[in-house]
Design a protein around this ligand. Structure first.
Ligand code: SAH
Ligand code: SF4
Ligand code: F3S
Length: 443
């Protein structure tokens, strides 16, 4: 056996990229590479990239500048760009970023060893073929950067919703579901290794469908199967598209204590006019009816969302619709973004990115302020309640405290006492900030 080479991976973007990097790690390990956390000793650096907004791409371009000096020190260093930015820009990225040797799109990771082997002095390698079938179902990801307690499992790839602003259908290709048995086996194995929380990942998990010997397994069924592995294994999922979050799914979440009571339901905008331009395929009223169903069936369920400020032609009235919807839902948590026009999307082709930057910033700030208030109100309601918390980490602020989340996905900090990572602890909430619940061990 030769001495294994060192691979350094840096990951940007969504949780799916985190999970993809673990797949890349596994593929490379099979080919005599070990993961290193020290980029200075790396033989190969892979940057797994994101294209969702322009600033995501700019950040990665800046990072590449920093890698210049490493390449000067080590002429043999190989730099590969993986993921959505590789897929979006293809050869153009090789021309623009001279230090890059390899470009590999999200469905090309099995070919990474061949791409590496094909690099001859000065030559570059590229594979950006998208696939109709690839789900990496048989690959056992390596959890090289994990707390050993919480893990992600990709259950599907791609997206065909074509929201007008979004690059994902172009960078990730057609929607496809991974075979259910491989998902359940991966979850079982993680549980046996000590993991206590699995998040099932896909751009739109509600449309998961696995056909197997005449049986079909939809998302609600898959979720149930994973929950049945063991009551000590918590299950989460992301993301749900509002257009097809079914009652069946909501009832399944309600039925099992270990399916977390937290639903991420991206709304994007509260204005029907904007929702239509975004091609989200639902109305404000429909969205509200789904939130009503969640609150009726699971009263303790937390609801979080994504909101885009300043989409094409958005006016003050649209913005007020978004703010009033936030107030109506009373979100527990929100990811908030300024609209960023992405080349070649339907919005870039059909509409003008005409909301001035300063207006976008002002509206985003209003949304942030609104959510700050709503998060605080939501957390204040939890003071005095007792929650079961899964210990995930030592608190960042104090070694005497542990941090974990309750079923509602809220971060809870409490005294360490005799507890350790992976334990479930009953915590009574004593106080809070807008971001964190602070508690004591419930006797
Ligand atoms: N599949 C998920 C979202 C994936 S992208 C869903 O449909 O809900 C995560 C979030 O990034 C989106 O929900 C959206 O709020 C935001 N986003 C996507 N494209 C964007 C763009 N061009 N500008 C700003 N935000 C964007
Ligand atoms: Fe993008 Fe829409 Fe697909 Fe989400 S559902 S990934 S926002 S196209
Ligand atoms: Fe970014 Fe691609 Fe995820 S664009 S958000 S890394 S699917």
């Amino acid at each position: 056996m030769g001495i294994s080479k060192k691979l350094y991976i840096e990951t940007y973007g969504c949780q799916m990229n985190v999970s993809d990097s673990e797949i890349v790690g596994a593929i490379m390990k099979e080919n005599d590479f070990d993961i290193t956390f020290d980029k200075k000793e790396a033989d190969v650096i892979f940057i797994n990239t994101c294209s969702i907004r322009d600033n995501a791409e700019q950040r990665i371009r800046k990072r590449l500048l920093e890698f210049h000096s490493l390449k000067k020190q080590n002429k043999n260093l190989i730099i590969g760009i993986l993921g959505c930015m590789a897929e979006r820009l293809k050869e153009q990225l090789l021309e623009e970023e001279k230090i890059v040797d390899i470009i590999a799109g999200p469905d090309a990771y099995r070919h990474l060893p061949q791409l590496l082997a094909s690099l001859k002095s000065g030559q570059k390698a590229i594979d950006v073929m998208l696939s109709l079938e690839e789900t990496y179902a048989d690959i056992n990801p390596i959890k090289y950067d994990s707390n050993g307690i919480t893990a992600f499992i990709s259950i599907m790839r791609g997206c065909e919703n074509f929201c007008s602003y979004c690059v994902v259908p172009y960078t990730r290709g057609k929607e496809r579901s991974r075979n259910a048995e491989t998902i359940i086996n991966e979850a079982k194995e993680l549980f046996e290794r000590g993991y206590r929380e699995i998040t099932l990942l896909g751009q739109n998990v509600n449309s998961y469908i696995c056909q197997n010997d005449g049986n079909s397994i939809n998302f609600a069924k898959l979720l149930e199967e994973v929950a049945l592995i063991n009551p000590l294994l918590r299950v989460r999922f992301a993301t749900s598209h509002p257009k097809d979050i079914s009652d069946e799914l909501i009832y399944t979440i309600a039925k099992y204590e270990n399916i977390c009571k937290s639903i991420h339901l991206p709304v994007q905008s509260g204005s029907n006019r904007i929702l239509e331009l975004m091609n989200r395929k639902y109305t404000r009223e429909y969205y509200m009816s789904r939130v009503d169903a969640i609150k009726r069936i699971i009263p303790e369920c937390a609801i979080s969302t994504d909101i885009i400020a300043g989409f094409c032609s958005e006016n003050d009235e649209d913005q007020n619709d978004t703010l009033s919807l936030m107030e109506w839902v009373k979100y527990d948590f929100v990811y908030m973004f300024n609209y960023s026009e992405r080349p070649n999307t339907a919005a870039a082709k059909k509409y003008k990115d005409d909301v001035p930057e300063n207006v976008k910033i002002k509206r985003l700030q209003q949304i942030i302020d609104k959510q700050q208030k709503l998060s605080m109100e939501s957390n204040l309601k939890d003071v005095g309640k007792v929650y079961k918390v899964l210990v995930e980490n030592i608190s960042k602020r104090s070694a005497e405290h542990l941090a974990g989340r309750n079923s509602q996905n809220k971060m809870v900090v409490f005294p360490k006492k005799q507890f350790k990572l992976g334990d479930y602890v009953q915590v009574i909430i004593k106080k809070c900030t807008a971001a964190t619940l602070i508690g004591e061990i419930a006797e």
